[in-house]
Design a protein around this ligand. Structure first.
Ligand code: SAM
Ligand code: F3S
Length: 441
């Protein structure tokens, strides 16, 4: 009987893509099939997140529950990867001695060898190094599942925002070569992928060589948009610091580029932005958005916000509320600042009481939710071009599709429409989804 793998993913989209690669690697190397419950597994992998303290504590709490399983079945292999693994290294095995393998985001391709070595030696294996981009040369070719796919174009981050662990856990920015990307994306398009999201911590930091000449992210987009079969292109996350006019122009010129951008701003106050080392002012951010919307009228914009950064005053916070309302963000994420060990911001004095920070977070979240609802409500009555992804989550009798501005619409239709673009008239806006009816051509 082939063995089984229970894989649990915490955190961001980068981890979701890494987890798909881990499942593919272990299917190839050990013939592991997916298990639905940890109790049924021969190998358990946790792909972890350390971006906020809460996420990290959740990993250790959930890991603790595996101790019993290991006791009952000494052949069970437990591996911990991702950003907590990267940050803690051998500390994970000290805290949870029943863990067999610790691997980082840049060494996940070595997981089969690490498991083999653990079985041979009986000793826990830890490898959280940052070998250059060799990872992608050792991963199985991605397989299309459904009509939309994600492809990593770069790894890591070199921005070192003062609050963030990512540069330490994932390493510095490294771009994947142009030829590899085009080959991988063309193969996905040939398998029926119609919508592609280019992924990275800072996709617009991508640099490469195209036809022997240096090229940037805007140029990469122009080439990828030409690939046969790809009808819709997105990217996430971009950073305001390298949001060039060339990238803005690409939004005017490339019809494949979806009218939707996620551009983290974090704060609307220059004092806070400087302390965060974000490398832009609120005015510069506004200017990017103004030019983007000029290039692509109707563009939908979402963002990330941190509330309660050390030293943030009530006036700073109000500047954030104002910016969020003026720029009409929809569908944004806001987080309470979480001090991360090893980051410069964790050393800053912080006099704001937690209750005041929580109150600010609630105010911002209420405002952002209201803005998102208003944007959805404004879509009612419009006809949207929707990529049919499959059966709807709520009722298998309905279909779910995605609009150009990245909202899910549920509507009645034939399952054979999966993977096709159809026209849907939006009839209602619910809390997280839209409802609609197919408009027949
Ligand atoms: N590359 C992205 C960017 O340009 O900002 C961000 C990647 S980060 C993993 C995702 C989001 O988590 C950030 O935009 C930020 O809002 C939030 N975040 C990161 N560190 C945080 C911290 N220490 N406390 C609270 N939120 C944090
Ligand atoms: Fe983190 Fe800033 Fe990079 S938020 S991922 S250090 S751009």
């Amino acid at each position: 009987m082939p063995g089984k793998l229970f894989l649990r993913t915490f955190g961001c989209q980068m981890n979701v893509v890494d987890s798909a690669a881990i499942a593919g690697l272990l299917a190839d190397a050990e013939g592991l099939a997916p298990a639905l419950r940890p109790e049924d597994a021969d190998v358990i992998v946790f792909n972890t997140c350390s971006v906020r303290e809460k996420a990290q504590e959740k990993v250790f709490a959930d890991l603790g529950r595996l101790r019993q399983l290991k006791r009952a079945n000494p052949h069970l292999m437990i591996a911990v990867g991702g950003c907590v693994a990267s940050q803690e290294g051998a500390g994970i095995v000290e805290r949870a001695p029943f863990v067999d393998v610790v691997f980082g985001p840049q060494t996940l391709h070595r997981l089969p060898q690490l498991l083999a070595r653990r079985r041979e030696t009986g000793r826990a294996q830890v490898d959280v190094s940052f070998p250059q981009i060799e990872k992608f040369d050792h991963l199985p070719a991605p397989r299309a599942e459904g009509p939309a796919a994600f492809v990593s174009i770069m790894e890591g981050c070199s921005k070192y925002c003062s609050f963030c662990v990512v540069p330490y856990t994932r390493g510095e920015e490294l771009s994947r070569p142009f030829d590899d990307l085009v080959a991988e994306i063309a193969a996905l398009a040939a398998q029926g992928i119609r919508e592609l999201t280019l992924l990275g911590q800072n996709v617009n930091a991508w640099r490469g060589q195209i036809d022997g000449a240096p090229a940037d992210f805007a140029e990469l987009l122009r080439y990828i948009a030409e690939i046969d079969g790809l009808e819709r292109l997105r990217y996430t996350t971009s950073h305001p610091r390298e949001f060039t006019q060339r990238l803005i122009d690409a939004h005017a010129d490339l019809p494949q580029l979806a009218p939707q951008v996620h551009l983290p701003v974090q704060s609307g106050a220059d004092r806070v932005l400087a302390a965060m080392k974000r490398g832009y002012t609120a005015l510069e951010y506004r200017s990017i958005v103004r030019r983007l919307r000029k290039a692509r009228p109707g563009l939908s914009l979402s963002s990330d916000f941190i509330v309660g950064f050390p030293g943030e005053t009530e006036a700073d916070f109000e500047a954030t509320l104002r910016l969020a309302s003026e720029l009409e963000f929809d569908g944004s994420f806001s987080f309470l600042y979480s001090p991360r060990p090893g980051t410069p911001a964790a050393e800053l004095p912080d006099a704001t009481p937690r209750a005041a920070k929580l109150e600010r977070l609630q105010r911002l979240q209420a405002q952002l939710d209201a803005q998102a609802s208003a944007a959805s409500a404004a879509m009612v009555g419009s006809t949207q071009r929707v990529l049919v992804e499959g059966p709807s989550k709520r009722s298998g009798a309905e279909l779910a599709g995605r609009t150009a501005n990245n909202r899910v619409v549920n509507f009645a239709g034939d399952a054979r429409l999966r993977g096709r673009f159809v026209e849907v008239r939006v009839s209602a806006a619910l809390a997280h989804t839209l409802r609609g009816e197919r408009v027949d051509a």
